[in-house]
Design a protein around this ligand. Sequence first.
Ligand code: GLP
Length: 236
Amino acid sequence: MTIHHVSNYAEMCRKAANMISAQILLNPTCTLGLATGSTPIGIYERLADAYNKSDLDFSGITTFNLDEYCGLSENDPQGYYYYMNEQLFNKVNIDRAKAHVPNGTAGDIALECRRYEALITAAGGIDLQLLGIGNNGHIGFNEPSSAFEKDTHCVELDEETIIANARFFDNPDDVPRRAITMGIGTIMQAKKILLVANGEKKKEILQKALYGPITPMVPASILQLHPDLTVIWSDT
Ligand code: GLP
């Protein structure tokens, strides 16, 4: 595990964007795992800047997002597909056919989970997975539970997650109760993992995840077992 402790959010984003850029430059047809939430916004901004300066070409890459809310369509401003469009996809030359987000409106959610997992396998797995961490230690939407779930699956969101994510919705009652998420096995199979976290409110859970016991009650704690984990942690 490599930990970079930096002093501010801008520095965290710069370092993370550099690592993702290096991955794309080394392998222009690589597969990236992408995350949502407020933490990666500055990272996507820097990647879009690099594209505008002709330093990065996204045309050959494939991406898989970690998760999506059940019931929210691609056009829903609160959905993660919309978020990815706004934060990155609309700003760079990514091939939309190769930019994947689970379909939260699929008629058969179990089938959609299997389809998504199979797509990742068919792409040869993920070369670099970007991760944030939830206040309760979740990664993707893998919530604390009695066992680690291996593959892409449907989850009931924790009350704590619903409250934390209510800030993105006009009405807290609109926060979906279920989501599709890559499984812990899907995430752990990524060749490299880049975990980013910032601010005082994430400090305690990050400590638990990186130095505490490995337990499904702190889903991110499994990352201690990953052979190529980089953590970029910033105080603000
Ligand atoms: C969401 C996402 C996670 C993300 C986490 C942290 O629930 N499903 O992938 O890492 O919340 O979000 P934030 O970066 O806004 O703190």
